[in-house]
Ligand binder design. Structure first.
Ligand code: TPP
Ligand code: SF4
Length: 213
């Protein structure tokens, strides 16, 4: 816990701003909640390593002034596992999109949960592949329009929280970017929890999901 005043600029790399997110995208709210959580926990920026894959959501790792690794699509948890093995004292935070976490990275997700590795996974669920133009994801659910489903999707979606719990995650929570303060508090709890923690944050992609649905 810290008593110091919060200054957003203390936690970001201003040289990478303005950010690349579209107007109305929810991902920036997650960035705000995350850095406020880190501030309120009073963590030293040098104690944190953020690994991310690829996606609009994964771009968070470029914007924060922590140790960061921008890796490959779906593999951020594998990199974070390696970081934790070599330096267990570091706080490993992994922001992921729903496609990154549950499609290409689905296998890494369930096995990280099964092993209960001390990592905080933040799944930014906008129910679509934003970065690549709006293909449907395992979180889209049925009856949704996507660039790859002009006649509506037919697959059911995962329930991320249920999947994480049944695979072995020991802290699981869900919120939305509308509840930015709650997100901050959940991220604080997740970072403080020893074991695999998952915070699913429902967020919007107005550009590809919202426009079609
Ligand atoms: C191995 C590999 N396959 C595919 C891609 C293309 N790709 C980049 S981002 C992405 C999807 C991103 O969607 P999501 O993870 O849901 O994040 P969002 O952009 O919606 O935040 C895909 C398919 C890639 N970069 N690497
Ligand atoms: S495409 Fe969607 S997810 Fe990507 S920045 Fe734009 S609104 Fe956000």
């Amino acid at each position: 816990m810290t008593t110091q005043a919060f200054n957003f600029k203390d936690y970001i790399r201003p040289r990478f701003f303005p950010h690349m997110w579209c107007p109305g995208c929810g991902h920036g709210i997650v960035l705000g909640s995350l850095v406020r959580a880190v501030h309120e926990l009073g963590l030293n920026k040098n104690e944190i390593v953020m690994t991310s894959g690829i996606g609009c959501s994964s771009r968070i790792s470029g914007y924060v002034d922590f140790h960061t690794l921008h890796t490959i699509h779906g593999r951020a948890l594998a990199f974070a596992t390696g970081v934790k093995l070599s330096k267990p004292s570091l706080k490993a935070i992994v922001p992921m999109g729903d496609g990154d976490a549950l499609a290409i990275g689905g296998n890494h997700f369930i096995h990280a949960a099964r092993r209960n590795i001390d990592i905080t996974a933040i799944v930014m669920n906008n129910r679509i592949y934003g970065m690549t133009g709006g293909q449907f994801s395992p979180l889209s659910g049925s009856g949704k329009k996507a660039t790859t489903a002009p006649y509506l999707t037919i697959d059911r979606n995962f329930d991320i929280a249920d999947l994480a719990k049944s695979a072995g995650a020991t802290f699981v929570a869900r919120s939305t970017v509308f509840h930015a303060n709650e997100c901050k508090d959940l991220i604080k709890k997740a970072i403080s929890h020893k074991g695999f923690s998952v915070v699913e944050i429902l967020t919007q992609c107005p550009t590809y999901y919202g426009r079609k649905n």
